[in-house]
Design a binder for this molecule. Structure first.
Ligand SMILES: CC(C)(COP(=O)(O)OP(=O)(O)OC[C@H]1O[C@@H](n2cnc3c(N)ncnc32)[C@H](O)[C@@H]1OP(=O)(O)O)[C@@H](O)C(=O)NCCC(=O)NCCS
Length: 136
């Protein structure tokens, strides 16, 4: 299946974020104050946007946030492709350390990309998160 990864605008990221992550909350819930500072990436299958992720670079560190693949397209390797591309992109920008707030049920998934759990964890909106990181 033909896929392409390219930068998208925040509005495109919002659509997928909302549908996948918090469809039961108002649309504005998935917007981030920092979205104007982020670089948003999308994976397209044919012409359809199916997976998104947002990268926030601050000096030599970067956080990726709001990673989401449309439910019916999950488990087919698209998210992995997108995450690999974002790790490469961060490297190109001179990022030395990348991190994320990982949903507890995604820890094993991120380990496949070399991210390691830190000892910082928290609960937000009833979901458990752990901070994971990787040196690039
Ligand atoms: C996290 C998320 C973005 C991953 O996207 P995805 O497109 O499903 O990612 P992939 O398909 O590459 O990988 C998902 C799983 O499918 C497996 N997989 C990948 N390609 C596969 C294939 N061809 N056949 C079978 N399994 C495959 C991966 O190994 C992975 O397994 P794991 O979860 O047991 O580690 C997606 O699950 C999602 O949107 N979840 C809801 C929102 C969320 O939790 N976001 C992350 C917050 S930290």
């Amino acid at each position: 299946m033909e896929t392409t990864i390219r930068k998208i605008d925040k509005g495109q990221a919002w659509e997928i974020r909302h549908e996948v992550m918090w469809s039961d909350k108002p649309f504005d819930y998935i917007k981030l104050e920092d979205d104007d500072l982020g670089i948003h990436f999308g994976l397209f299958k044919e012409k359809m946007l199916i997976s998104v992720i947002s990268l926030f670079i601050a000096n030599e560190e970067a956080q990726f946030r709001k990673f989401a693949t449309l439910q019916k397209e999950q488990g087919k390797g698209y998210g992995s492709k997108l995450l690999e591309a974002v790790l490469e992109e961060a490297k190109i920008h001179g990022v030395k350390r990348i991190w994320c707030n990982a949903r507890q049920n995604k820890v094993d998934f991120y380990k496949k990309f070399g991210l390691r759990e830190t000892n910082s964890s928290f609960i937000k909106d009833g979901k458990s998160y752990v901070i994971m990181e990787k040196n690039l």
